[in-house]
Ligand binder design. Structure first.
Ligand SMILES: NC(=O)c1ccc[n+]([C@@H]2O[C@H](COP(=O)([O-])OP(=O)(O)OC[C@H]3O[C@@H](n4cnc5c(N)ncnc54)[C@H](OP(=O)(O)O)[C@@H]3O)[C@@H](O)[C@H]2O)c1
Length: 318
């Protein structure tokens, strides 16, 4: 039985996860409207006939209402790892405020389905502005009017071709001839493949498994509506182990020097002032909590996630 085509508005659709998700949903036959600050970011979608770029000020609620007209679904993927300044206002705007406006505009436009990207560890009392603002955003989604069926996704770090995590370490290792003084080297992660994250969104969107999977169609954990899913890959690594792996897979022998905490904080303070903030005090604070799942979100969605060891060499090898 084929499912009806959906009209989906995507915020943050031009990024790493968005590019993979938009391509998957377009291939499944859905019509997509990608809201962006700069349509040239979506050049790779030109070959997808059901994808339309829409230049939009996503921080303007009335512009969102207009952009959502005739859409039944909204996907919000907007996220930043660093802000201009240090007050937390940039995180509040990009995560909490934008989500509040998205929910309000979706309700006013008659949107019935909302898929929201959060992050593992998001909590209003989290240690960093990143995690706090993601936690506040989740609260706005949970408080959505009953007309909106929502689902929240909370991934650990996401890997895959074009990621900014493993690729960044591979690049840094090449530049530094393998030597890395590393803050929070013992922080733990359970990296998940971008394709598995995309699968989680698409199973939740359909609210069932694909026809042939596992001989039945219901999601193992029941309906995804009103649910939140932690998304983790099958292996847990420390940050130091991930840097070692990035080295192995990209062909540079890594020599990782874990920094004592005082030196790690100082490194973050200094990097706060490097253009583009490759590392920051807020990133340091996010790393003070482990990024591993307690909730078996992938299992509840019927997904057996791929391992970094299997997928990484395919895109990190030079
Ligand atoms: N990548 C990971 O490891 C990871 C892990 C956990 C959670 N997440 C979450 O997953 C989501 C997608 O991550 P990603 O890695 O795909 O991010 P990304 O590649 O940096 O893309 C972010 C997207 O958000 C939009 N955006 C960025 N800053 C914005 C701002 N200030 N105002 C409005 N829009 C803005 C951009 O759209 P335009 O430039 O086209 O407007 C871009 O398409 C984020 O919410 C992130 O927090 C990611």
């Amino acid at each position: 039985m084929s499912r009806p085509t959906r009209r989906i508005a995507v915020l943050g659709g031009t990024g790493f996860v968005g590019t993979a998700l938009v391509s998957r949903l377009a291939t499944a036959g859905h019509e997509l409207r990608v809201l962006t600050r700069d349509p040239s970011n979506g050049r790779s979608f030109a070959v997808l006939p059901t994808v339309r770029m829409l230049q939009t000020d996503v921080h303007d609620e009335s512009a969102l209402r207009t952009a959502f007209t005739d859409c039944d679904t909204v996907v919000n993927l907007v996220g930043i790892l660093n802000e201009k300044g240090f007050s937390g206002a940039g995180f509040t705007r990009a995560h909490a405020e934008l989500t509040r406006k998205t929910v309000a505009a979706a309700a006013a436009s008659g949107v019935s389905r909302l898929l929201h990207m959060s992050a593992l560890g998001a909590a209003v009392d989290g240690p960093s502005f990143y995690l706090q603002s993601k936690g506040v955003a989740e609260g706005h989604v949970r408080a959505a009017p009953g007309s909106i069926a929502w689902t929240i996704f909370r991934p650990s770090v996401i890997f895959g071709a074009g990621d900014s995590f493993m690729n960044r370490f591979a690049g840094l290792l090449r530049l530094s001839r393998g030597v890395i003084p590393l803050a929070r080297a013992g922080a733990r992660f359970a990296p998940i493949w971008v394709d598995d994250v995309v699968t989680a969104f698409s199973y939740a969107l359909e609210d069932r498994l694909p026809e042939a999977a596992m001989g039945h169609t219901a999601l193992p954990g029941g309906s995804s509506i009103g649910q939140s899913y932690d998304l983790c890959g099958p292996e847990v690594f420390t940050l130091a182990e991930l840097v070692q792996l990035a080295g192995e897979m990209s062909g540079t022998r890594a020599r990782v020097f874990p920094l004592p905490d005082a030196a790690a904080k100082l490194q973050a303070r200094l990097m706060d002032f490097v253009p583009g903030k490759p590392f920051s005090t807020d990133n340091y604070r996010s790393l003070t909590v482990d990024n591993v799942c307690r909730d078996p979100g992938c299992e509840r969605l019927g997904i057996r996630p791929a391992s970094l060891r299997a997928v990484g060499p395919r895109y990190l090898a030079r």
